[in-house]
Design a protein around this ligand. Structure first.
Ligand code: NAD
Ligand code: TYD
Length: 344
């Protein structure tokens, strides 16, 4: 396992993982393969080329394009694929599901075919706790639980997961999967709730909190997630799924107030707006299986949110560019009416 293809490596988690792996394993070569959708951003990897020289390469391409995938596999003699490439935002999947099915399902199939064709040592699929669906209070999802995906995003991720497991069963493809909870940290596109709220709050803009704000998520620091994927790559059992989260859930309202407190902004910036259709109320992961491999998340919620807020305060060059572009159209389309309704 020395020549890694990191698909979706110009996105939020993929770029953090690329940096993490190059730092940790001096003998590894990394090729980032990314379509550079609205969410892909070479600014996320700005320092990587200078720091790691010819141990790192970037190739622009689509995981749903078999010829492009074949070319990168061959040219770089890839022996390991770690797939982060996906359409990832639930709200966008409600507006335009098409790309989700193309990338998250068909793209996964293309990568699995390449994994078989080139006889890779490992194919790792980065998945999400959302495939289990919403979880009632008092319960936590086990890796063996049935999948109850409820949004086009989570359904397409569940499709990808099932393909990976089917390829292992049918063809012996050496797959592993991780199902991670909500990540927060540097380079997260400001459509996801934490960077959206932090950057709005810095500019004294309202924080659009869906519904009653009492939905719960397990917010984990992105580098903890990267470490967990690394542990599964090196110590996980082929054919197995591993949940990856802190095991601690936080209400969205509590998260929003924590952000405002860290920025010394008033709670009155919180604006309750019309809920997301089909909003999953709660996710909760049982993380015993990954803990048995010796992994534990290092950051508490308070530490993770504080480090995240500070990063966005210190790196306004990064997000102001994004928020001034086509992002504005998306924001108006999704939030325009919601915010105009004037909730409390
Ligand atoms: P992101 O939206 O920030 O980045 C996705 C990246 O994939 C972008 O660089 C984009 O250009 C690229 N991409 C999209 N379609 C592509 C295609 N067809 N071909 C090649 N590249 C393509 O996403 P993220 O938050 O970094 O999530 C990465 C992965 O982790 C996803 O698979 C997601 O489902 C999973 N995940 C995310 C979270 C989270 O909280 N963000 C939690 C658990 C799991
Ligand atoms: P999000 O970051 O979109 O991730 P998820 O994939 O878990 O939905 O949203 C996290 C939580 O925050 C989720 O419960 C929805 C809520 N949320 C808001 O209240 N307002 C917002 O503007 C957004 C984007 C999310």
């Amino acid at each position: 396992m020395h020549r890694l293809l990191i698909t979706g490596g110009a996105g939020f988690i993929g770029s953090n993982f690329t940096r993490y792996m190059l730092e940790k394993y001096p003998g590894y070569q990394v090729v980032v393969f990314d379509k550079l959708t609205y969410a892909g951003n070479l600014d996320n990897l700005k320092d990587v080329q200078d720091r790691f020289g010819d141990r790192y390469a970037f190739v622009q391409g689509d995981i749903a394009d078999p010829a492009a995938v074949d070319a990168v596999m061959q040219a770089h003699e890839i022996d390991t694929i770690v797939n982060f490439a996906a359409e990832t935002h639930v709200d966008r999947s409600l507006m335009e599901p098409d790309a989700f099915i193309k990338t998250d399902v068909y793209g996964t199939y293309v990568l699995l075919e390449a994994a078989n064709g080139y006889g890779v040592e490992r194919y790792h699929q980065v998945s999400t706790d959302e495939v289990y669906g919403q979880i009632p209070p008092g319960h936590s999802s086990l890796e063996t639980d049935p999948l109850h995906a409820r949004s086009p995003y989570s359904a397409s991720k569940a499709g990808g997961d099932l393909l990976c497991l089917a390829y292992h069963t049918s063809f012996g493809t050496p797959v592993t999967l991780t199902r991670g909870s909500n990540n927060i940290g540097p380079y997260q596109y400001p459509e996801k709730v934490v960077p959206l709220f932090v950057t709005n709050a810095i500019d004294d803009q309202p924080l659009p909190l869906y519904g009653d704000g009492r939905q719960m998520r397990d917010y984990q620091y992105v580098l903890d997630h990267c470490e967990g994927i690394d542990v599964v790559l090196h110590q996980g059992q082929v054919g197995e799924v591993y949940n990856l989260g802190t095991g601690v859930e936080t209400e969205n309202m509590v998260m929003a107030r924590a952000i405002l407190d860290l920025l010394d902004k008033p709670h009155s910036l919180i604006r309750h707006v019309t809920d997301r259709p089909g909003h999953d109320r709660r996710y909760s992961l049982n993380v015993d299986k990954i803990r048995d491999l010796g992994w534990e998340s290092r950051h508490s919620f308070d530490e993770a949110i504080a480090q995240t807020v500070h990063w966005y305060v210190d790196n306004q060059w990064w997000w102001r560019k994004i928020k001034s572009g086509t992002y504005k159209e998306y924001y108006k389309k999704w939030y325009g009416e919601r915010l105009a309704e004037g909730g409390s």
